[in-house]
Design a protein around this ligand. Structure first.
Ligand SMILES: *[C@@H]1O[C@H](CO)[C@@H](O)[C@H](O)[C@H]1NC(C)=O
Ligand SMILES: *[C@@H]1O[C@H](CO)[C@@H](O)[C@H](O)[C@H]1NC(C)=O
Ligand SMILES: *[C@@H]1O[C@H](CO)[C@@H](O)[C@H](O)[C@H]1NC(C)=O
Ligand SMILES: [Cu+2]
Length: 367
């Protein structure tokens, strides 16, 4: 565990409420201030390869369960493409994409989004463990051999079938070679999965509202194209070391996520993971349709947490940027008091409430 246990203990001692009450009770209260997170009770998110085969299947079974449950969004409006509880998460992500990407809300918004997904698995699909993560450099350059993407029953499904029409990926000055698939996933637990939302256009320029197809129904398969070139080049250990060595939150964010408008066309770690997996995962708006999305973002959240814990005083509550994609000059600067929205998934949260994974009702760490 790399979290600052000392800080957790100080926090517990300094708080007089709930100390003797179980964390489950506190979580049930959803009370942010009154419930300290007991380090002994903290839930631990583990790397996919650390899970036993049975634990991996327990996770994918729970995700598949969410895909079978009815959506809650259907009740509040017209969302033709929202067909399941899983799609509630996809649609909410689409709805807030223009606020929570390439902006100062990226890290805090996704931290809470993941937590809500983990809670839904636990509350609605009998999942009794915690969100796993994808430790990119362990498998960079050999994705098809990884326990995540080897296509076995204990993976998240593997490559898509080979599609000769798939093109190389061009952006900025850079052209990146296409991956090894480009069609429907062939095997594993998500082989027959149908995705319902998207696809969205790739250009991010001058987006002021959610582009078509918004929430339209467009059923098709989960499309993968494993890309070892991209994963080796943009998600290796050296990148992680330079991310963790960044001195302030502005450079941390920029290393995580080189602005796509940057003329070099270089991908950050965030984009590197997305572009390693093929077209479903490359869709900025609807990428949560690939079950690897949550594990990818858990790795991002983990690295942010490690970076924050390395200098509590200066980094725990550090924010930079605005509430709008690519931080246009007219957007509102992010503050700790800024409210983030999660639609039907959960209550609004302030940025300050999610800056620590052992606060605001959350209580988790990573291996
Ligand atoms: C998968 O995505 C690729 C790249 O966008 C596309 O060319 C292809 O038609 C898709 N295949 C299927 C079966 O959806
Ligand atoms: C964000 O960081 C940049 C680069 O360090 C700095 O110029 C800018 O003033 C910061 N903005 C806010 C709102 O903190
Ligand atoms: C999308 O965001 C708007 C503005 O916050 C909100 O009113 C609406 O309920 C959201 N819709 C979904 C599907 O989350
Ligand atoms: Cu996202």
């Amino acid at each position: 565990m790399r979290l600052g246990f000392r800080d957790l203990q100080t926090l517990s001692l300094g708080t007089f409420l709930c100390i003797s009450i179980s964390i489950e009770f506190c979580l049930a209260l959803q009370s942010s201030q009154a419930c300290p997170c007991d380090p002994d009770q903290m839930s631990v998110r583990r790397e996919w390869g650390e899970l036993s085969p049975g634990e991996r299947i327990h996770y994918t079974d729970a995700v598949r369960c969410l895909m079978r449950l009815p959506p809650k969004l259907a009740a509040v409006g017209s969302f033709p493409g929202v067909r399941s509880r899983f799609d509630d998460f996809v649609a909410t992500h689409i709805n807030y994409t223009l606020n929570s990407h390439y902006s100062g809300l990226f890290l805090p918004w996704h931290r809470h989004f993941l937590w809500l997904f983990e809670q839904a698995l636990r509350d609605e699909c009998n999942f009794d463990a915690h969100l796993p993560y994808w430790n990119w450099p362990l498998w960079a350059g050999r994705l098809a051999e990884s326990p995540l993407f080897d296509g076995s029953d204990t993976s998240l499904s593997g490559d898509g079938s080979y599609n000769p029409a798939e093109q190389d990926i061009s952006g900025g000055d850079l052209t990146l070679p296409r991956g090894s698939g480009g069609g429907c996933v062939k095997d594993g637990p998500f082989k027959d999965m149908i995705i319902n939302l998207g696809p969205f256009p790739r250009s991010l320029l001058s987006l002021t509202e959610i582009p078509a197809p918004q929430f339209d129904y467009n059923p098709r398969c989960l499309n993968r194209s494993l890309n070892n070139f991209i994963s080796a080049r943009f998600t290796n250990q050296a990148h992680i070391a330079s991310l963790l060595a960044t001195p302030d939150i502005a450079s941390f964010q920029l290393t995580m996520d080189h602005w796509p408008a940057s003329p070099s066309g270089v991908l950050g770690l965030h984009g590197g993971g997305h572009f390693s997996l093929g077209s479903t995962m490359q869709d900025l708006f609807s990428s949560p349709q690939d079950p690897a999305f949550m594990l990818h973002h858990a790795m991002i959240d983990r690295l942010w947490g490690i970076w924050q814990a390395a200098d509590e005083e200066h980094r725990r509550y550090a924010v930079n940027g605005t509430n709008r994609i690519l931080n246009p000059p007219w957007a509102e600067p992010v503050t700790l008091g800024m409210k983030m929205e999660f639609g039907i998934l959960g209550e609004k949260k302030t940025v300050g409430e999610v800056m620590s994974p052992w606060n605001g009702g959350m209580c988790y760490g990573y291996t």
